[in-house]
Design a protein around this ligand. Sequence first.
Ligand code: SAH
Length: 482
Amino acid sequence: MIKNDIYEITIDDIGNDGEGIGHVPDRQNGKNFAVFVKDTVIGDRARIRIVKAKKTYAYGRLEELIEPSPYRAEAVCGKARSCGGCSLMHMSYEKQLEYKWNKVKSCLEKIGGISDAGAIMEPVCGMEAPYFYRNKMQLPVGRDRDGNIVIGFYAGRTHSIINLEKCYIGHEVNDYIIKHVRKWLENADDWNIVYNEENHTGLVRHILTRVGFATCELMVCLVINGDNLPDEYEKPFVGAVCTAVQEYNDTQEKQVKLTSVCINVNKEKTNKILGDKCATLYGKDYIEDYIGDILFRISPLSFYQVNPVQTKAIYDKAIEYASLKGSETVWDMYCGIGTISLSLAKKAKKVYGVEVVSAAIRDAKENARINNIKNAEFFCGKAEEVVPKFYQRADADEGKHPDVVVVDPPRKGCDVVLLDTIASMSPDRLVYVSCDPATLARDVKILSEMGYKLMKAAVFDAFCQSGHVETVGVLSNKKTVE
Ligand code: SAH
């Protein structure tokens, strides 16, 4: 395969960034070459030009759409093509759901070594209204080539910022916040008020917003490359946020409550969005939200699931798979602010949670207290360090041999040391909540070698319009099953 070769291909898969994938037999050995083509959809018949050829795959450019896919849909957002946030928006929602279910199935089969994964998978759980569902936005701030201030999303695979006026997946109050914060930054008349990633100068890097969908509480956090927001900027910034909220509320029956305005200090030259230090400028240090009937306190640095409607469905599935009667001991690994732990605590004898972010553990303990839940204990640290240490403690109690373990790791999946310790703890069931089916499948394979068998899996569309997918699986101890 050579640069500038032209092929006619049918798109039959989607890559991680939402680009279409077609296959072409190689000239020399006839082997199938995967070609990644941006702006194509599963089912498209297209003429493409190879722009970059690697050993086993290539990148192509769409030259001509010969026959558009029946699954193409008009994206509601005019910026969907350039913006990296909604890479599947140009596909019908039904097809998006089918694609996600198939993606999980294929990972479980190819990476997880399960022969017919479809047989143990439940139907995909999509949303009735897959828009305006996100409770959190992290909006980069910068300048475009002409020096204009831009706030929005990164374009796919780059760090150039797509300026947003309206976002179709975030809470609509964000449109007003973007507008008024942009106005404040423009009026400040200071070139260095916004951050420049290339030379690591300038002040404002990101705007982080969070809305508790059940409580309507709003947090706005300004991430800055500096120790504090200079006095002359503090009032205009808080003022801009207040104006935005007022303007939004004037158009709505369901009003949002501005509960917290804060800054986060991030002076590092890094892709990480948040630094370790926060300071509150207005209101409280946190917002609160309900999942089901449990109230959660959420600090800016704590993780909180972004899609509240699907979160409830995901946690309900985790609870169903945990199959608790009330006498069980449970571990919740990667527990965040204790959302799953506290949901389980009501149905178990004792729950242990472990999480690496100290602010999240503070929230988790506080959340147990405000909900009057007394049978949950939390540990701060890396799960792969805390849990083995706990397991080796001579005086460790029943937590050494839990009935159920829940894991909900970040995309990279579980550390193998943790999986090893879990296998030694020998729970009857292991509930795996995953935001990356590839690492889920890898860990399922490892666990199968340690005596655990995947019994069921359910797929949830928690990140509608994007290529991401959430899965909940339950593994049983082969000793108990067979
Ligand atoms: N179960 C929670 C959080 C899931 S997100 C919820 O549903 O809200 C994954 C969490 O794992 C994050 O809170 C992250 O801070 C935490 N984390 C990441 N690496 C970790 C590690 N090595 N040990 C423990 N926690 C970790």
